[in-house]
Design a protein around this ligand. Structure first.
Ligand SMILES: C[S@@+](CC[C@H](N)C(=O)[O-])C[C@H]1O[C@@H](n2cnc3c(N)ncnc32)[C@H](O)[C@@H]1O
Length: 291
């Protein structure tokens, strides 16, 4: 990894905080959390397996959002294991706390935590997990250094990130929006956090190795993303939760937006069986251990 430019990183940090802790994003995730959990079930199963969980382990889940996969991890390590679920802002994690209470999960605590400066002691966790969060860490090397620091020697990391951009999750929605925006966004800064950055084969593996992890393994996998509601609802949900793409939607005039939505629904229909939508989600799983 090349040395990051501190001024650029500061800009990425401000943008990400605004995108992910802003009221609109938090409200969208609170509204759709149950459907998101069902849609991403395959990714949850992948990280539970990659983390090699068992009762008794102490687990730190980063960027936990509204509680996936932290709440499922808590069941796996119960009764003697514990999970610390964390997120950049209080909005998402407060719903995770509410859900845990409703489900009677007692072996979990919640904390606001920035992955770049974790408020936890050295060598305090057996396992560190993070699903769909690592792509947003502005200074990736710094965040992975923190992951390394808080793990016990022999401890394990398990990350799940989005795979390549050219997959239906993107091409049926944001890919179509991009064709309709009046001013196409400039090409992305290669150093900037990017939802699909780990679609580049070997990138996650290299980042984990550079941070000092051993026995690093990277795997691409396709898991089914199932949505039992209507296509219109799926699009509505996407437009409310997909923080990085909201600026694209907000640029469109009502006429352009209506045209884009017609195209989006037509693209989604190819994955619709009359009852449910199933998108093949390409994810990347990265694991390693602290020597
Ligand atoms: C796409 S959501 C994923 C949430 C959840 N893990 C899931 O899989 O549904 C991304 C989450 O990353 C969090 N996040 C972004 N940057 C972060 C950082 N630097 N430190 C901690 N969390 C961060 C956001 O607040 C948001 O909740």
């Amino acid at each position: 990894m090349s040395a990051p430019d501190p001024a650029k990183i500061q800009i990425f940090r401000e943008r990400l905080r605004e995108e992910w802790t802003g009221d609109k994003t938090v409200a969208g995730w609170r509204k759709w959390h149950a459907q998101i959990a069902a849609f991403t079930r395959g990714a949850t199963e992948a990280i539970l397996e990659a983390a090699q969980l068992r009762p008794g382990l102490r687990v730190l889940d980063l960027a936990s959002g509204v509680g996936d996969p932290a709440l499922s991890i808590a069941w796996k390590v119960a009764p003697s294991g514990r999970v610390t679920a964390t997120d950049l802002g209080p909005g998402m994690i407060s719903l995770a706390e509410e859900l845990a209470r409703n489900q009677g999960i007692a072996n979990i605590e919640f904390s606001e935590a920035n992955a770049e400066s974790l408020p936890f002691a050295d060598a305090s966790y057996d396992v560190l997990t993070c699903r769909f969060g690592i792509m947003f860490f502005p200074d990736l090397a710094k965040a992975l250094g923190e992951c390394f620091r808080v793990l016990k020697p022999g401890g394990r990391v398990a990350f799940v990130a989005w795979g390549i951009k050219e997959q239906p999750f993107f091409t049926t929605t944001a890919g179509i929006l991009l064709k309709h925006v009046p001013v196409p966004p400039p090409p992305p800064d290669p150093d900037a956090p990017n939802l699909f950055m780990f679609g580049e084969r070997g990138r996650l593996q290299r980042a984990l190795e550079a941070a000092g992890f051993r026995d690093v393994h990277e795997e691409d996998r396709i898991v089914p993303g199932r949505w039992a509601g209507s296509l219109e609802e799926y699009w509505q949900q996407f437009s409310e939760i997909a923080a990085p793409f909201r600026p694209l939607i907000e640029q469109l005039t009502p006429v352009k937006k209506a045209a884009a939505v017609v195209e989006i629904l037509a693209a989604l229909r190819k994955f619709w069986n009359g009852k449910e939508l199933t998108l093949p989600l390409e994810i990347v799983i990265g694991t390693g251990t602290r020597p």
